[in-house]
Each structure stands twice: as structure tokens, then as C-alpha cells.
Ligand binder design. Sequence first.
Ligand code: DQA
Length: 145
Amino acid sequence: MATVLVLNGPNLGRLGTREPDVYGAGTLDDLRAVLREDAPDLEIDLRQTDTEGELLGWLHGAADSGEPVILNAGAWTHYSYALRDAVSLVTKAGGTVIEVHLSNPHAREEFRHTSVISAVSTGVIAGFGFESYRMALAFIRRNAR
Ligand code: DQA
């Protein structure tokens, strides 16, 4: 069974209780269940880390394996050039990385308006809660397996 990596960065382990008015009331376990229901033909490997180096390592793995990635990098999105280089490593190797966000960063504080990873990602989906991930997964099912 083909695997899709669903990689989540800092503070996203607190989903459900963290600013539910912004991020919704669902937890990462709820998200995993929704994605598994959407794609029973795929292995959904959903992970979360608060350690940047761990996320970089997962992206290096994706560059080697070719496994498609749905990436919510949280606040690292806005300033981590190391993350940008790791995303670029995957996409330049021919892999897929879809940048997703639960909220619409462009409608929020100014520091969230910048993404240093968008330009090297395959595409960007933001502002639709769990639907952002579901749309990314639908794209991968049709195009990137
Ligand atoms: C986020 C948006 C980021 O600005 C924020 O730092 C997050 C979550 C989102 O999913 O809306 O942690 O990536």
C-alpha cells in the first residue's frame, strides 16, 4: 500500500484545545481518522513534532523514498530557511510536498503573511480547517502516487 506522509510541526499536537476558534475543536487523532476514512487504499502516516531537526529528517526520508508529503509546518513556515531547503530537496528530487494550513495565515498577523516554503512546495492550501488536508490528500490520490 502506498504511503502518504502527513507531517505536522510545532504546537500542532495541541490541536483540540489550542485556540479552537482559530484551529477548530478536532485533535490530530481526529484528523488521522478523517484522512484514513478518505483514503482506505493508502497508508496515512501522520506525525507531529516540536523539534525542527526531526521534521528535517522526515523530509530527507521523503526525498529518498518519494513518498508524497502533506506538510503543516506551523510557525516554522514563516521563517525557517532550513525547512525551506529540506522541502526543496524533496520537490527537486521529483517528490510532492503540499503546504497546508488550518487557518488562513494571510487573514491574520502580518508575520504569518510570509511563507518561506511556498515557492519550493508543489502547492498551497490554507484556510479550510481539516478540509485543507483532505483537499491535499484528494490531489495526491489522483495525481501523485
Ligand atoms: C498554522 C498557521 C501558522 O501561522 C501557525 O503558526 C500554526 C498553524 C495553521 O495551520 O493555520 O501553528 O500553520
